[in-house]
Design a protein around this ligand. Structure first.
Ligand SMILES: Nc1nc2c(ncn2[C@@H]2O[C@H](COP(=O)(O)OP(=O)(O)OP(=O)(O)O)[C@@H](O)[C@H]2O)c(=O)[nH]1
Ligand SMILES: [Mg+2]
Length: 204
């Protein structure tokens, strides 16, 4: 109903002001963070990729990510509209330990975080899990299912990571837009339960 249709205040179906939420995409080196932000973003994603050089061979383990030639050195940025009036601004973190100093600025004001995990090297996401648990930032673990990795059930991953009860674990393919979007919707729902917001409650 609109004002012209007899709703003088125009409030009957007013979805309220647009809401933009900040979400972090974190996790270990080469787990697919840049891929996820790029696959879901409806704007051309901002990337800060640099070539991996022989100088970093001893610290950057590319053994499980063949064909990986670049790495994020500052952040990824993208945007996705979840539904009318609700957008997510996505900030992908760098995966390597030497860029930890960027995390506090990147996580400032974030509603929540996706921790991407690769089951072939689950331990790489421990620092991210620990970081968000310590700061009480709502997060979920999204297992990026690489074709050549063994598949595990979500509860096996939750157990292996010793996650708090209620921390969701979802399986995804970071290259697939719908799969990535589903991860983000689950995160917003999860964070919405924490903050009890009617706007977030209506996402699903
Ligand atoms: N097979 C497969 N390859 C993937 C998948 N996701 C990412 N990749 C590949 O894995 C490599 C790593 O992906 P990135 O998105 O750069 O990983 P990242 O987490 O941003 O890496 P850093 O920023 O260096 O920590 C790339 O070569 C991707 O093409 C996936 O789901 N399946
Ligand atoms: Mg990256």
């Amino acid at each position: 109903m609109t004002a012209a249709q007899g709703d003088p205040n125009g409030t009957a179906l007013d979805p309220g002001p647009d809401l933009a939420l900040k979400i972090l995409v974190a996790g270990g080196f080469g787990v697919g963070k840049t891929t996820l932000v790029g696959s879901v973003s409806e704007i051309r994603p901002l990337r800060t990729e640099e070539e991996l050089t022989s100088a970093s061979e001893s610290v950057d383990d590319t053994g499980k990510v063949h064909r990986k030639t670049t790495t994020t050195v500052a952040m990824d940025f993208g945007r996705i509209t979840i539904r009318s009036g609700l957008s997510l601004y996505l900030f992908g973190t760098p995966g390597q330990d030497r860029f930890w100093f960027l995390w506090d600025d990147l996580s400032d004001g974030a509603l929540g975080a996706v921790v991407l995990a690769d089951t072939r090297r689950l331990e790489d996401c421990f620092p991210a899990v620990d970081y968000f648990e310590r700061r009480a930032v709502p997060f979920l673990v999204a297992v990026n299912c690489f074709a050549d990795s063994r598949s595990y059930a979500a509860d096996e991953v939750a157990h292996a990571l010793d996650l708090d009860r209620g921390t969701p674990v979802v399986l995804c393919d970071a290259r697939d837009r719908d799969s990535g979007k589903e991860v983000l919707i689950r995160l917003v729902e999860h964070a919405g339960r924490r903050y009890t917001s009617p706007v977030l409650d209506s996402v699903g």
